[in-house]
Design a protein around this ligand. Sequence first.
Ligand SMILES: C[S@@+](CC[C@H](N)C(=O)[O-])C[C@H]1O[C@@H](n2cnc3c(N)ncnc32)[C@H](O)[C@@H]1O
Ligand SMILES: [Mg+2]
Length: 314
Amino acid sequence: MASKLLLSQLRTLTNLTYRRFINPEFICPLRPELLIGSRTYSDAPHLPPVDPVPSPIIGDNPLRKTKISSSLNQAELAKFSAISETWWDAEGPFKPLHAMNPTRLAFIRSTLCRHFGKDPYCAKPFEGLKFLDVGCGGGILSEPLARMGATVTGVDAVDKNIKIARLHADLDPVTSSIDYLCTTAEKLVEEKRKFDAVFALEVIEHVADPAEFCKSLSALTVSNGATVVSTINRSIRAYATAIVAAEYILHWLPKGTHDWSSFLTPEELVLILQRASISVQEIAGFVYNPLTGKWFLSDDIGVNFIAYGAKIDE
Ligand SMILES: C[S@@+](CC[C@H](N)C(=O)[O-])C[C@H]1O[C@@H](n2cnc3c(N)ncnc32)[C@H](O)[C@@H]1O
Ligand SMILES: [Mg+2]
């Protein structure tokens, strides 16, 4: 099973390396579907109509009968559903997210305090602001955002994740105020919900259509609000570290957690956010120090990176 997964990852890598570096006809360095855009595909008159797919939201959910969502990838959701009980095990499959959390919170505190004109040294700098955490999982990000004073809504497409997030948040009166919902960004757009800041950390590499997903994040952000996205770069170094080392050597993550071809380069992320009316203001890398076991913020965006953008005034 493990060797099959490794082989399929290697096949993808070889294909893409061939397309990018060897095939002289491949002149576009960006993921082609991001350049063409899904709208062009679905509007093409010669294409047969796409068969409706059953709603892929996992768990017993009222959304089952609602419109099909562009961001949902059933296979990806199944991976998270299978390990949902381990969200708060700091030594479990989500260990990298727990370890990365202080670093990403430092980035968020500094960029968003500047964005909203708040004091980064105050205990609750985000008081009075409404934040949305898309793909919140067990609430590893939502909880500290609530502790920093924000009014937080956390949404995830996996019902089991939301149940775990609710149970954990209810252990503390401060975090018990978080509103957790099993839903998607698209559904919230339909409901015309708006937030001062929208976060999607380590989610975009698991969605079906990253460009459409960014449009939803943008639609949920108020004019002049902020959007924060983090993900993994589609670089050879990311393949070696985030997949081969993290999944197959160090066993930090279950094998098959990440598919290298689903990663986005920083250029691609900036492009699809820009097209979705989010102007990226700052990008930083997260780098792991194997000697201390800690992550730190860096200019090196070769593997893990985070981007903060401002919603363009409409
Ligand atoms: C790697 S986890 C990240 C969790 C959290 N954002 C964090 O960084 O701590 C990805 C989460 O995104 C959720 N997810 C994946 N696709 C989604 C979608 N289209 N809509 C909502 N949630 C999604 C998964 O269920 C999973 O909980
Ligand atoms: Mg991921």
